[in-house]
Unconditional design. Structure first.
Length: 266
């Protein structure tokens, strides 16, 4: 079973790294930061005025969103991109009569104001700085991807919005609307893998992860197949605590299903 999970995980990694992902433009993916990183409090910026080193500065954006520049004083930086801030400073220097046709460049030194949380069954859970535009797949890869005991899906939790379930396979395939941009304050949560249970005349009884599209026949194979005293076409299924019924071997497995492999009648 560990081999199957490793194979599934490896295929997802290879697909992502090989560039199989084509990010669609979806309503869910729409984001006001499409024009670049938006500066915020505690980010660090370096303002360079070429030919006028005394007019430049390296500073942290204050909690009110402003920086204090030589010559022109307070400048509102929060809510602007580095290009927008450079233009604002250029206009202030020109309009104030301090410099004629100044060339201003703004570099971002530390990205602090925007981050997302990654929790659950990933290799490296924690806080991911959003130093550029990231999609859900990007953030999961930065976190080391989903662990073998993790689900094949991830929940995107965004303040003020309903929780969204995203399938890992869909993320890698780049399906439309399935790989949204991650915003400041978002949380990605990977729960424990969904499990099914199998017992009776099976070589390896126990609990196993539910893989996408898994059939009863595949579930029996993952359990090591039936024992010599078992009968592969005589299988019971208990679902949602209901009464046991005869299982169709092509039937798709769901979370919590219990499979019972019956004994052969001699």
């Amino acid at each position: 079973m560990a081999f199957v999970r490793r194979l599934f995980t490896t295929l997802l990694r290879v697909a992502a790294i090989a560039g199989m992902v084509s990010f669609g433009t979806a309503a869910m993916a729409a984001d006001p930061t499409d024009g670049g990183y938006i500066l915020g409090a505690d980010d660090t910026v370096q303002v360079i005025v070429y030919g006028q080193p005394e007019a430049g500065i390296t500073t942290r954006i204050k909690s009110d969103g402003s920086i204090v520049m030589p010559l022109i004083g307070n400048v509102k930086a929060s809510g602007l991109t580095n290009i927008g801030l450079a233009k604002l400073i250029t206009d202030r220097l020109t309009q104030g009569g301090f410099l004629k046709d100044p060339v201003v460049n703004v570099e971002i030194g530390a990205y602090v104001s925007k981050s997302a949380n990654v929790a659950g069954k990933v290799t490296s859970p924690g806080i991911v700085a959003l130093d550029r535009q990231y999609r859900v797949l990007d953030v999961l890869l930065k976190s080391g991807w989903i662990r073998e005991n993790g689900a094949s899906y991830v929940y995107l939790r965004r303040p003020g919005s309903p929780e969204v379930r995203l399938e890992a396979e869909s993320l890698v395939r780049g399906e439309t609307d399935r790989n949204p941009l991650v915003r400041d304050g978002d949380t990605l949560f990977v729960p424990d893998a969904d499990q099914y249970y199998i017992y009776g005349q099976i070589n390896r009884a126990g609990a196993f992860p539910v893989l996408p599209g898994m059939s009863v026949r595949q579930a029996i194979a993952i359990g090591g197949g039936v024992t010599p005293t078992g009968q592969s076409n005589k299988v019971g299924l208990i679902r949602d605590g209901a009464k046991e019924v005869d299982a169709d071997l092509l039937q798709t497995i769901r979370k919590g299903d219990v499979i019972v492999v019956k004994e052969r009648l001699f």
